[in-house]
Design a protein around this ligand. Structure first.
Ligand code: SAM
Ligand code: SF4
Length: 479
């Protein structure tokens, strides 16, 4: 046992870099006697879920640690969106098992989308975990842990139509103390043919507006200055009263959160092109503290591919939404996208349609992927994954290169302008500089001076690359 303990170590920076988007629990002051190491993969919703899980386990006497070898409970909150996301988790599980299995009493659990997708397979066939818990079963964790401690394996992958964890106050993990995610809904009813989310996270349901506002108010009172409202399709948020009438839609929710305080910035993600309304755009315009930035995934610029993807909008519809954003919010509104290269049957012509859509929009930022077939999805059942990996990668590279050019072009427009940024912390490159974001979500680096996290500062933009802006504070005074 001692020997294994000696070998077990904190992840090296190299190992962490290899895990790309993973987030790790941090050392907390001891509030309980048992130690929890939780590692999260994938989207912001997953990171927000890990904070709910930590809250539930805190009530059971667990304190988080950044050291896997200290923990009696190791949890991986997983992502299934693409095959490589699952492969990364498998590699991590193998490593965790090798390092920790010799330690007495240590238990390993898989949470989230991979748990939901693979269910008992991780326990029975692969025998690599003690516990498998789907995204709607976190309240059951105390019981499941009891079962595991009693020597059994434990599973709960029940998907709920109601669970929103509305009453649970998340424990913020590795927070900068300035920005936080707030889940406003769960699941998705959209059935895009390539996507595993409706199967792993279940039906769409909205969280009560009053609990969302209470959470945002609490964050503000604790010094946070930015909340990002999260959902797979925020524009279809609806909170209904007892007679089933819509009491609060997404535009109204945005306004309610913005009304908490003008010093609280409000962001949101993700908007669906078929659902984003003019009412939402006018709400962004009306409130100075609702950020001028919209993440509007396109997935493809080809009508034929959009139809196969079951995205339920056309290129023309998408362009109309972009035109409306520009008309109501101006050219300065930041817009980002998700794009998938090499979906089933995609031709060179379809690919050129994607590139020409990008030329039309000139996105500020993009999340770009090549298609990864997911078992059980409509696309996997109906279409052949017939674009070769080589072609997928080449097309993805075209999209990435184009995005770089557009990002630089858009960032260049900021040169010489004055921007109000919210300081998030010290720059990753140097302790003498701080980093903060503009309203339209661009990262700006400024000399430290006397500013601190959570300050709003007016800066003049002096330099840029395709990824970052540099600036100088216009005044020592805070906004
Ligand atoms: N709900 C959001 C929407 O509709 O845009 C996105 C949710 S999904 C977690 C994030 C992104 O992953 C998608 O927008 C899509 O670009 C990408 N994605 C989903 N399934 C994929 C697949 N099978 N292969 C490659 N990329 C995929
Ligand atoms: Fe997946 Fe489509 Fe739902 Fe987004 S809207 S989560 S891409 S099914």
């Amino acid at each position: 046992m001692e020997d294994l303990k000696g070998k077990a170590k904190v992840l090296s920076e190299e190992e962490k870099a290899g895990l790309e988007q993973a987030k790790f629990s941090v050392d907390e002051e001891t509030v309980g006697t048992k130690k929890l190491f939780i590692e999260s993969y994938g989207c912001a919703m997953n990171f927000a879920d890990s904070e709910v899980v930590t809250s539930i386990l805190r009530d059971e006497g667990y304190t988080t640690t950044s050291k896997e070898y200290e923990a009696s409970l190791i949890l991986l909150n997983t992502c299934s969106i693409r095959d490589n996301a699952e492969q990364k988790v498998r590699k991590r599980l193998a490593l965790i098992n090798a390092r920790n299995r010799g330690r007495k009493g240590v238990k390993v659990g898989v949470l989230g989308c991979m748990a939901e997708r693979l269910k008992t397979q991780l326990l029975e066939e692969e025998k690599i975990v003690d516990m498998v818990v789907g995204p709607d079963a976190y309240r059951d964790l105390p019981n499941l842990i009891n079962e595991v401690e009693g020597g059994q394996k434990a599973v709960n992958v029940f998907l709920s139509r109601e669970e929103t964890y509305a009453d649970i106050t998340p424990v913020r993990l590795g927070s900068n103390g300035v920005t936080a995610f707030v889940s406003i809904m769960r699941g998705c009813d959209n059935m895009c043919s390539f996507c595993v989310v409706p199967y792993t996270r279940g039906r769409e349901r909205s969280r009560s507006a009053s609990t969302i506002i209470a959470e945002a108010q609490d964050l503000f009172d604790k010094g946070y200055r930015e909340v990002t409202l999260l959902g797979q399709n925020v524009d279809s948020y609806k909170w209904k009263n007892e007679s089933g009438e819509i009491e609060t839609n997404f535009a109204q929710l945005l306004a309610l959160v913005a009304d908490i305080d003008p010093l609280l910035r409000v962001r949101f993600s993700t908007s669906h092109p078929k659902d984003i309304t003019d009412e939402v755009l006018y709400t962004i315009k009306k409130y100075e503290n609702v950020c001028n930035y919209i993440h509007l995934p396109a997935q493809s610029g080809s009508n034929r591919i959009l139809k196969l993807m079951n995205r339920t909008y056309t290129r023309e519809w998408y362009i109309n939404r972009i035109d409306k954003i520009r008309e109501i919010l101006g050219t300065e509104c930041g817009i980002s996208h998700d794009m998938i290269a090499g979906f089933c049957t995609e031709t060179e012509e379809d690919h050129q349609d994607t590139l020409s859509l990008m030329d039309y929009v000139k996105y500020d930022y993009g999340y770009m992927y090549y298609y990864s077939e997911r078992p059980g999805t409509p696309a996997a059942k109906k279409f052949e994954d017939d674009v070769t990996l080589e072609v997928k990668k080449r097309r993805l590279d075209d999209i990435i290169q184009k995005q770089r050019v557009h990002a630089l072009e858009r960032n260049n427009l900021s040169l010489g302008t004055t921007q109000k940024i919210l300081i998030e912390g010290v720059s990753k490159r140097s302790d003498d500089f701080l980093q903060g974001r503009t309203d339209d979500n661009k990262m700006v680096i400024i000399p430290k001076d006397n500013f601190k996290k959570g300050d709003y500062v007016h800066v003049k933009i002096t330099e840029c690359t395709s990824a970052t802006l540099k600036g100088i504070a216009l005044t020592e005074e805070l906004v």
